[in-house]
Structures are given as C-alpha cells and as structure tokens.
Design a protein around this ligand. Structure first.
Ligand code: FES
Length: 157
C-alpha cells in the first residue's frame, strides 16, 4: 500500500472533523473523501470509523456496498460500460472486452499509464441508446466496437 501524502491525510482529518456528531456521518464523510481524493484509502476508513464511533469493518461494509465508492485510485479518465439487460443484449459485453483489450486493463482496474479506469455498471437509465458507455460523464450511445478507438482518443484530447 502506498503511503498517503500529508495533504491527503489533512484533507481526511478535516472531513472527519466537519461531519463528526452529525446524523449518518459515515456516508457523508465517505462521499467527501471520494470527491476530494478520488478514492477511499484504508487510512480514511480508519479515521472515519474512529470519528464516528463505529468499527472499521462497518465503514468498509458501506464502502463495498455502494458502487460510487472505490478503494483504488482512478485513472484520469473513467469509462463506465453499462451491462444492464438492454445494453447486454445489444453487445455491451463485446464492447467491454474490446475496451479492456485495447487498454490492456481489467474491469475495476486502472491502466498501467494511469490514463483510464474501466468500470462495469448496471442500467444507466438510457436504455433507448443501448449499448451505452459513459466516458468522463459523457454518454456515448448506440455504440459499436468500431467506435471505441475514436472514443478513447477523444477522451484524451
Ligand atoms: S441497460 Fe444500459 S442504459 Fe439501461
């Protein structure tokens, strides 16, 4: 595990202090740490547990239950491939496999150059555009395998 920077630790400390004593502080703290650092390091879970009087296991349970939290640093660009039913029947798995192959990266991981993270997600609510991939918040619909190169290039531009 990489050691956290002093600024990341002080960011975590400030967040914990800010939400201490509020109702349901764990999720609030986790949201803010995720927003500030881009992921939830183990040290943050320890500090949040201590500041909220719950066990680290409970905090870890929340982190793993909600897909918006991640324990690994994300790449500069985040690719979300929808594997909901409508997208799946229209070839989402093939698209996901191709993206993984092109970036030499597995699902839920970040490419070696730190440029891309690949996530598979459930229905994004845009089934009419299936298959759907979201890159850095931009929705790409009716996707085909041939369009992947252009999408990856434009994400980096
Ligand atoms: S199943 Fe993919 S957007 Fe609904």
């Amino acid at each position: 595990m990489n050691k956290l920077s002093a600024s990341a630790i002080s960011t975590i400390d400030e967040i914990v202090k800010k939400h201490q004593g509020k109702r349901g502080p764990v999720k609030l703290m986790l949201h803010e740490v995720q927003h500030e650092l881009g992921y939830i390091p183990f040290e943050a879970m320890e500090k949040i547990a201590e500041g909220s009087n719950v066990s680290v296991a409970e905090v870890y349970g929340v982190v793993t239950f909600y897909t918006q939290f991640t324990t690994q640093p994300k790449g500069k660009h985040v690719i979300n491939v929808c594997l909901g039913t409508a997208c799946y029947v229209k070839g989402a798995q093939e698209i996901l496999d191709k993206i993984c192959e092109k970036l030499n990266c597995k699902v839920n991981e970040t490419s070696a150059d730190g440029e891309f993270s690949i996530d598979a997600t459930r229905c994004l609510g845009a089934c009419g555009l299936a298959p759907v991939v979201v890159v850095d918040g931009t929705v790409h619909g009716s996707l085909t395998v041939d369009m992947i190169d252009d999408i990856l290039v434009s994400a980096k531009a």
